[in-house]
Design a protein. Structure first.
Length: 307
Protein backbone atom coordinates (compact mmCIF):
# COMPACT_ATOMS: atom_id res chain seq x y z
CA UNK A 1 0.00 0.00 0.00
CA UNK A 2 1.29 3.46 -0.87
CA UNK A 3 2.15 6.01 1.79
CA UNK A 4 -0.66 8.27 0.59
CA UNK A 5 -3.29 5.54 0.88
CA UNK A 6 -2.01 4.81 4.39
CA UNK A 7 -2.38 8.50 5.28
CA UNK A 8 -5.92 8.64 3.87
CA UNK A 9 -6.83 5.48 5.81
CA UNK A 10 -5.34 6.89 8.99
CA UNK A 11 -7.32 10.14 8.63
CA UNK A 12 -10.51 8.17 7.99
CA UNK A 13 -9.94 5.97 11.05
CA UNK A 14 -8.89 8.78 13.40
CA UNK A 15 -11.87 10.99 12.54
CA UNK A 16 -14.53 8.33 13.15
CA UNK A 17 -15.01 9.54 16.71
CA UNK A 18 -15.61 13.12 15.52
CA UNK A 19 -18.36 12.27 13.02
CA UNK A 20 -21.65 13.99 13.76
CA UNK A 21 -19.95 17.12 15.17
CA UNK A 22 -21.02 20.44 13.72
CA UNK A 23 -24.42 21.40 12.39
CA UNK A 24 -25.93 20.16 9.14
CA UNK A 25 -27.22 23.08 7.00
CA UNK A 26 -30.99 23.21 7.27
CA UNK A 27 -31.77 26.62 5.77
CA UNK A 28 -32.02 24.72 2.48
CA UNK A 29 -34.63 22.18 3.70
CA UNK A 30 -33.53 19.41 1.34
CA UNK A 31 -29.98 19.44 2.77
CA UNK A 32 -31.26 18.79 6.29
CA UNK A 33 -32.10 15.17 5.36
CA UNK A 34 -28.46 14.13 4.95
CA UNK A 35 -26.93 11.71 7.48
CA UNK A 36 -24.58 13.87 9.64
CA UNK A 37 -22.20 10.92 10.15
CA UNK A 38 -21.18 10.61 6.52
CA UNK A 39 -17.51 11.11 5.77
CA UNK A 40 -15.64 10.64 2.53
CA UNK A 41 -12.19 11.58 1.30
CA UNK A 42 -10.60 11.21 -2.13
CA UNK A 43 -7.26 12.38 -3.38
CA UNK A 44 -6.06 12.31 -6.99
CA UNK A 45 -2.37 12.90 -7.59
CA UNK A 46 -1.05 14.77 -10.60
CA UNK A 47 0.37 11.46 -11.84
CA UNK A 48 -3.13 10.01 -11.86
CA UNK A 49 -3.25 7.86 -8.74
CA UNK A 50 -6.46 7.86 -6.70
CA UNK A 51 -6.53 7.28 -2.95
CA UNK A 52 -9.82 7.29 -1.11
CA UNK A 53 -11.72 6.14 1.96
CA UNK A 54 -15.15 6.18 3.58
CA UNK A 55 -18.19 7.50 1.72
CA UNK A 56 -16.03 8.70 -1.16
CA UNK A 57 -18.36 7.36 -3.84
CA UNK A 58 -21.62 8.75 -2.51
CA UNK A 59 -22.93 11.86 -4.28
CA UNK A 60 -23.57 14.96 -2.16
CA UNK A 61 -24.68 18.51 -2.92
CA UNK A 62 -21.53 20.43 -3.84
CA UNK A 63 -23.20 23.83 -3.23
CA UNK A 64 -20.59 26.61 -3.14
CA UNK A 65 -17.77 24.38 -4.39
CA UNK A 66 -19.47 24.84 -7.77
CA UNK A 67 -18.49 28.52 -7.64
CA UNK A 68 -14.93 27.56 -8.63
CA UNK A 69 -16.26 25.99 -11.82
CA UNK A 70 -18.56 28.89 -12.71
CA UNK A 71 -15.74 31.38 -12.09
CA UNK A 72 -13.49 29.35 -14.41
CA UNK A 73 -16.21 29.43 -17.08
CA UNK A 74 -16.85 33.17 -16.65
CA UNK A 75 -13.13 33.91 -16.96
CA UNK A 76 -13.05 31.81 -20.14
CA UNK A 77 -15.94 33.81 -21.62
CA UNK A 78 -15.13 37.31 -20.37
CA UNK A 79 -11.43 37.27 -19.48
CA UNK A 80 -10.19 40.06 -17.26
CA UNK A 81 -13.40 42.08 -17.70
CA UNK A 82 -14.93 39.59 -15.23
CA UNK A 83 -13.26 41.71 -12.56
CA UNK A 84 -15.33 44.75 -13.48
CA UNK A 85 -18.27 42.89 -11.98
CA UNK A 86 -16.75 41.18 -8.96
CA UNK A 87 -13.72 41.90 -6.77
CA UNK A 88 -10.83 39.78 -5.58
CA UNK A 89 -10.67 40.63 -1.88
CA UNK A 90 -11.69 38.53 1.10
CA UNK A 91 -14.90 39.85 2.64
CA UNK A 92 -14.42 38.95 6.30
CA UNK A 93 -18.19 38.54 6.33
CA UNK A 94 -20.54 35.58 6.25
CA UNK A 95 -21.08 33.90 2.87
CA UNK A 96 -24.60 35.34 2.55
CA UNK A 97 -23.91 38.84 3.92
CA UNK A 98 -25.43 41.90 2.23
CA UNK A 99 -23.65 44.62 4.25
CA UNK A 100 -20.71 45.46 1.96
CA UNK A 101 -22.87 45.67 -1.14
CA UNK A 102 -24.44 48.92 -0.01
CA UNK A 103 -21.14 50.75 0.48
CA UNK A 104 -19.49 49.20 -2.55
CA UNK A 105 -22.15 50.05 -5.15
CA UNK A 106 -23.43 46.54 -5.60
CA UNK A 107 -20.04 45.09 -6.59
CA UNK A 108 -19.42 41.95 -4.51
CA UNK A 109 -16.03 41.56 -2.85
CA UNK A 110 -15.16 38.22 -4.44
CA UNK A 111 -16.64 35.48 -6.65
CA UNK A 112 -17.14 32.97 -3.82
CA UNK A 113 -19.50 34.81 -1.46
CA UNK A 114 -23.10 34.35 -2.56
CA UNK A 115 -23.40 37.86 -4.01
CA UNK A 116 -20.21 37.36 -6.03
CA UNK A 117 -21.28 33.97 -7.34
CA UNK A 118 -24.66 35.42 -8.33
CA UNK A 119 -22.78 38.10 -10.34
CA UNK A 120 -20.73 35.30 -11.93
CA UNK A 121 -23.93 33.41 -12.84
CA UNK A 122 -25.08 36.60 -14.59
CA UNK A 123 -21.83 36.54 -16.60
CA UNK A 124 -22.21 32.86 -17.51
CA UNK A 125 -25.78 33.59 -18.62
CA UNK A 126 -24.62 36.13 -21.22
CA UNK A 127 -26.03 35.18 -24.62
CA UNK A 128 -27.89 32.16 -23.25
CA UNK A 129 -31.23 31.17 -21.84
CA UNK A 130 -31.03 29.97 -18.21
CA UNK A 131 -31.52 26.38 -19.38
CA UNK A 132 -28.60 26.67 -21.81
CA UNK A 133 -26.35 28.24 -19.18
CA UNK A 134 -27.17 25.49 -16.68
CA UNK A 135 -26.44 22.91 -19.38
CA UNK A 136 -23.13 24.57 -20.17
CA UNK A 137 -22.06 24.53 -16.52
CA UNK A 138 -23.03 20.86 -16.10
CA UNK A 139 -21.21 19.87 -19.30
CA UNK A 140 -18.13 21.75 -18.12
CA UNK A 141 -18.10 19.93 -14.76
CA UNK A 142 -18.56 16.57 -16.52
CA UNK A 143 -15.68 17.44 -18.84
CA UNK A 144 -13.44 18.42 -15.92
CA UNK A 145 -14.20 15.23 -14.00
CA UNK A 146 -14.28 13.15 -17.20
CA UNK A 147 -17.59 11.67 -16.03
CA UNK A 148 -20.89 12.04 -17.86
CA UNK A 149 -22.94 10.61 -15.00
CA UNK A 150 -22.68 13.82 -12.92
CA UNK A 151 -26.11 15.42 -12.53
CA UNK A 152 -28.03 18.22 -10.84
CA UNK A 153 -30.29 17.20 -7.96
CA UNK A 154 -33.59 18.87 -8.92
CA UNK A 155 -35.05 18.51 -5.41
CA UNK A 156 -32.18 20.55 -3.95
CA UNK A 157 -32.50 23.25 -6.63
CA UNK A 158 -36.24 23.46 -6.03
CA UNK A 159 -35.82 23.54 -2.27
CA UNK A 160 -33.44 26.48 -2.53
CA UNK A 161 -35.59 28.26 -5.09
CA UNK A 162 -38.50 28.09 -2.64
CA UNK A 163 -36.56 29.33 0.39
CA UNK A 164 -33.66 31.42 -0.96
CA UNK A 165 -35.05 34.75 0.23
CA UNK A 166 -31.63 36.06 1.14
CA UNK A 167 -30.25 35.30 -2.30
CA UNK A 168 -33.25 37.00 -3.90
CA UNK A 169 -32.49 40.02 -1.70
CA UNK A 170 -28.81 40.02 -2.74
CA UNK A 171 -29.67 39.73 -6.42
CA UNK A 172 -32.36 42.41 -6.29
CA UNK A 173 -29.99 44.70 -4.42
CA UNK A 174 -27.30 44.25 -7.08
CA UNK A 175 -29.88 44.75 -9.82
CA UNK A 176 -30.86 48.06 -8.17
CA UNK A 177 -27.27 49.21 -8.72
CA UNK A 178 -27.48 48.12 -12.36
CA UNK A 179 -24.96 45.33 -11.63
CA UNK A 180 -26.94 42.43 -13.13
CA UNK A 181 -27.69 42.26 -16.85
CA UNK A 182 -30.45 39.63 -16.71
CA UNK A 183 -33.70 39.24 -14.78
CA UNK A 184 -33.13 38.19 -11.17
CA UNK A 185 -35.22 35.01 -11.64
CA UNK A 186 -33.00 33.92 -14.54
CA UNK A 187 -29.74 34.63 -12.75
CA UNK A 188 -30.87 32.82 -9.61
CA UNK A 189 -32.22 29.93 -11.68
CA UNK A 190 -28.66 29.42 -12.94
CA UNK A 191 -27.16 29.95 -9.49
CA UNK A 192 -29.48 27.55 -7.61
CA UNK A 193 -28.99 24.84 -10.22
CA UNK A 194 -25.20 24.94 -10.23
CA UNK A 195 -25.21 24.86 -6.42
CA UNK A 196 -27.41 21.73 -6.66
CA UNK A 197 -24.89 19.72 -8.68
CA UNK A 198 -24.34 16.40 -6.90
CA UNK A 199 -20.91 14.79 -6.99
CA UNK A 200 -18.89 12.22 -5.11
CA UNK A 201 -15.55 13.03 -3.50
CA UNK A 202 -13.83 11.01 -6.21
CA UNK A 203 -15.53 12.99 -8.98
CA UNK A 204 -14.85 16.29 -7.25
CA UNK A 205 -11.16 15.54 -6.74
CA UNK A 206 -10.88 14.67 -10.43
CA UNK A 207 -12.69 17.86 -11.43
CA UNK A 208 -10.23 19.96 -9.43
CA UNK A 209 -7.13 18.26 -10.77
CA UNK A 210 -6.48 20.92 -13.43
CA UNK A 211 -5.90 23.42 -10.62
CA UNK A 212 -3.21 21.20 -9.11
CA UNK A 213 -1.46 20.69 -12.45
CA UNK A 214 -0.96 24.20 -13.88
CA UNK A 215 -4.29 24.27 -15.71
CA UNK A 216 -4.01 20.91 -17.48
CA UNK A 217 -5.89 17.80 -16.43
CA UNK A 218 -3.18 15.13 -16.55
CA UNK A 219 -5.75 12.29 -16.57
CA UNK A 220 -7.49 13.48 -19.75
CA UNK A 221 -4.68 15.51 -21.30
CA UNK A 222 -7.06 18.49 -21.68
CA UNK A 223 -5.64 21.95 -21.15
CA UNK A 224 -8.48 23.67 -19.28
CA UNK A 225 -6.89 27.05 -18.51
CA UNK A 226 -3.43 28.63 -18.69
CA UNK A 227 -1.05 28.02 -15.80
CA UNK A 228 -1.34 31.70 -14.87
CA UNK A 229 -5.12 31.43 -14.61
CA UNK A 230 -4.92 28.24 -12.54
CA UNK A 231 -2.52 29.99 -10.16
CA UNK A 232 -4.88 32.95 -9.83
CA UNK A 233 -7.96 30.81 -9.19
CA UNK A 234 -5.96 29.02 -6.50
CA UNK A 235 -5.02 32.39 -4.98
CA UNK A 236 -8.70 33.32 -4.74
CA UNK A 237 -9.56 29.95 -3.21
CA UNK A 238 -6.86 30.47 -0.61
CA UNK A 239 -7.92 34.00 0.32
CA UNK A 240 -11.71 33.75 -0.10
CA UNK A 241 -12.68 30.08 -0.42
CA UNK A 242 -13.84 29.69 3.18
CA UNK A 243 -15.48 33.11 3.63
CA UNK A 244 -14.83 34.57 7.07
CA UNK A 245 -13.06 31.30 7.93
CA UNK A 246 -10.47 31.69 5.16
CA UNK A 247 -7.71 32.94 7.46
CA UNK A 248 -8.22 30.05 9.86
CA UNK A 249 -8.22 27.53 7.01
CA UNK A 250 -5.00 29.02 5.58
CA UNK A 251 -3.44 28.89 9.05
CA UNK A 252 -4.46 25.32 9.78
CA UNK A 253 -4.34 23.70 6.34
CA UNK A 254 -2.36 26.05 4.10
CA UNK A 255 -3.95 24.92 0.83
CA UNK A 256 -6.29 26.68 -1.61
CA UNK A 257 -9.74 25.28 -0.88
CA UNK A 258 -13.40 25.85 -1.55
CA UNK A 259 -16.15 24.76 0.80
CA UNK A 260 -19.87 24.26 0.37
CA UNK A 261 -22.75 24.08 2.85
CA UNK A 262 -23.40 20.50 1.72
CA UNK A 263 -20.25 19.70 3.74
CA UNK A 264 -17.86 19.30 0.83
CA UNK A 265 -14.45 20.92 0.45
CA UNK A 266 -12.28 20.77 -2.66
CA UNK A 267 -8.63 21.53 -1.94
CA UNK A 268 -5.61 21.87 -4.18
CA UNK A 269 -2.01 20.97 -3.40
CA UNK A 270 -0.26 22.62 -6.37
CA UNK A 271 1.95 20.19 -8.26
CA UNK A 272 0.85 17.32 -6.02
CA UNK A 273 -2.83 16.49 -5.87
CA UNK A 274 -6.42 17.54 -5.80
CA UNK A 275 -8.40 16.50 -2.73
CA UNK A 276 -12.11 16.35 -1.93
CA UNK A 277 -13.59 15.69 1.49
CA UNK A 278 -17.21 15.49 2.57
CA UNK A 279 -18.79 15.53 5.99
CA UNK A 280 -22.11 17.37 6.44
CA UNK A 281 -21.64 18.88 9.93
CA UNK A 282 -20.58 22.54 9.56
CA UNK A 283 -18.61 24.88 11.80
CA UNK A 284 -19.84 28.38 12.66
CA UNK A 285 -18.56 29.77 9.34
CA UNK A 286 -20.58 27.24 7.34
CA UNK A 287 -17.57 25.08 6.42
CA UNK A 288 -17.35 21.32 7.01
CA UNK A 289 -16.00 20.75 10.51
CA UNK A 290 -14.66 17.22 10.07
CA UNK A 291 -13.71 17.97 6.45
CA UNK A 292 -11.48 20.81 7.63
CA UNK A 293 -9.91 18.55 10.27
CA UNK A 294 -9.24 15.91 7.61
CA UNK A 295 -7.46 18.43 5.40
CA UNK A 296 -5.47 19.74 8.36
CA UNK A 297 -4.28 16.20 9.09
CA UNK A 298 -3.50 15.59 5.43
CA UNK A 299 -1.46 18.79 5.12
CA UNK A 300 0.36 17.90 8.31
CA UNK A 301 1.23 14.34 7.22
CA UNK A 302 2.22 15.25 3.64
CA UNK A 303 3.88 18.63 4.15
CA UNK A 304 1.81 19.94 1.22
CA UNK A 305 1.04 23.35 2.73
CA UNK A 306 1.90 26.08 0.22
CA UNK A 307 3.67 27.99 2.99
O1 LIG B 1 -26.70 30.22 -1.77
C1 LIG B 1 -26.54 29.47 -0.82
O2 LIG B 1 -26.74 29.81 0.32
C2 LIG B 1 -26.07 28.04 -1.13
N1 LIG B 1 -26.59 27.60 -2.39
C3 LIG B 1 -24.57 27.96 -1.19
C4 LIG B 1 -23.89 28.49 0.04
C5 LIG B 1 -22.66 27.75 0.40
O3 LIG B 1 -22.42 26.64 0.00
C6 LIG B 1 -21.78 28.42 1.39
N2 LIG B 1 -20.69 27.53 1.74
N3 LIG B 1 -20.13 27.19 2.66
Amino acid sequence: MSDLQAIVDEIHAKLQKRLGEGKVADYIPQLAHVDPKKFGIALVTTDGNVHSAGDCNEPFSIQSVSKVFTLTLALGKHGETTWNRVGREPSGSAFNSIIQLEHEEGKPRNPFINAGAIAVSDLVLAGHTPREAIGEILRFVRYLADDDTIAIDPAVAKSEEATGFRNFALANFMRSFGKLSHPVEHVLGVYFHHCAIAMTCTQLARAGLFLAASGRNPMTGHTVVSSQRARRINALMLTCGHYDGSGEFAYRVGLPGKSGVGGGIMAVAPGQASIAVWSPGLNHNGNSLVGSLALEMLADRTGWSVF
